[in-house]
Design a protein around this ligand. Sequence first.
Ligand code: GDP
Length: 443
Amino acid sequence: MAEENISAISTALSASGVAVIRISGESPLSIAEKMFTPVGKTGVSDFEPYKMYVGEIHADGFSDFGMCVYFKGPKSFTGEDVVEFHCHGGVAITRGILKKTLDLGARLATNGEFTKRAFMNGKLSLSSAEGLIDMINSESVSGVKAGYYLYREKLTEEINRLQDLITDTLSQIDCDMDFPEEDLERSSTEKVEKDLKKVINSIDALLGTYRAGRTLKNGVSVGIVGKPNTGKSSLLNALLDYEKAIVSDLAGTTRDIVEGAIDIDGVRFNFSDTAGIRESGDKIEEKGVSLSKRILEQSDLILFLMDASQIDNEDDKIYSLIKDKNVIVVVNKIDKCQIKDDRADIYLSALYRENLDKLKTLMIEKSVGVDLNGDFLCEERHFEALNRAKLKFTDALLGINSVSLDILAIDIKDGWDALGEISGRTATEDIINNIFMKFCVGK
Ligand code: GDP
């Protein structure tokens, strides 16, 4: 069988300073030998690993002047031998060089195949690979931070710690089944109970960070609600710092949901400015009002605006709809009128941009609110697997005094398996394929 090498353009395909074409597999150096002429005496086959060599990269019909580097497996990203060409970042240049690697026998890599190989070769865990894709896809600092936490195996370390504890518990049970003396069994039960409680506590601590972790990764969806003319569009403009929404003196002007995003302390806030909630005979405005209610359901955080000069029972009605949600009550237009309202979290003027910084601080406090320097969850897949693990361990705990240890071991092993899906120790082919399909080609 022919030696297998995969190849792809690893950088974005656009006009840029530099682009990278990567080959990984059994013999990428033999491909490089046929298309790279180094400057200097060292031939490609004698390349020292991890060292950049300058020279000509030959494609069909043209050559580029660039660099070539050889990573010797297993000390490479994929764990296999890897060669990279660093060429100029033109579309025709990169495509031509990629085509040359394919003509010389490499196969075009599929989505995420480099990272999948890295996973298969034990270079990183499944959650680390997920962190990598999160980092690549993230548009906010906090998203990068969440991805980096996973990528650097922080979550895997915690999951492995829990799995090791459970492994001890299971071997204790195994040992009991081999030597079923009564005293031993009683002490085992106590130990199993203690271990399970410890693991469940740790799982609970992780589960408790999910909302905040998800916020770091995806950002916070913010809905701005209030009666017409309270200054919702003005506040959105002030926060976004440009005139995106239509501001008008006519009540009910903002009929569509206007979207925008800002970063506060690196956390992404995605805004929806909604039509004012109020009864209306106007058909189009009614559509806007129903959208508002949908936004209410979907928002992680609601900014409820009241006009300091006109607080009345319509505000009370809206407040009653949202008071149990994660809400910041904003009294706007304090330049016009100074009042006190028991419900208010903050007083500001959107028009004169007064107290906007205080609002931003409040938005962070109301959205993150967990110490994310410790362990945290940010992926739904991990959240779901941990919940399943917890259920199994809780079942085992409930049966600890009524069910024999060998039966308990089945639940405990199922919990162990669910934990292992996070790091990939026990993940099925389907889970693995699903994750890598989300990657782009070349990663
Ligand atoms: P929306 O219907 O809630 O989106 O309200 P708009 O943002 O369109 O504002 C309605 C009117 O109130 C406009 O004339 C704004 O200029 C005005 N307005 C908004 N915020 C303030 C404020 O802080 N002070 C004053 N004096 N007027 C404001």
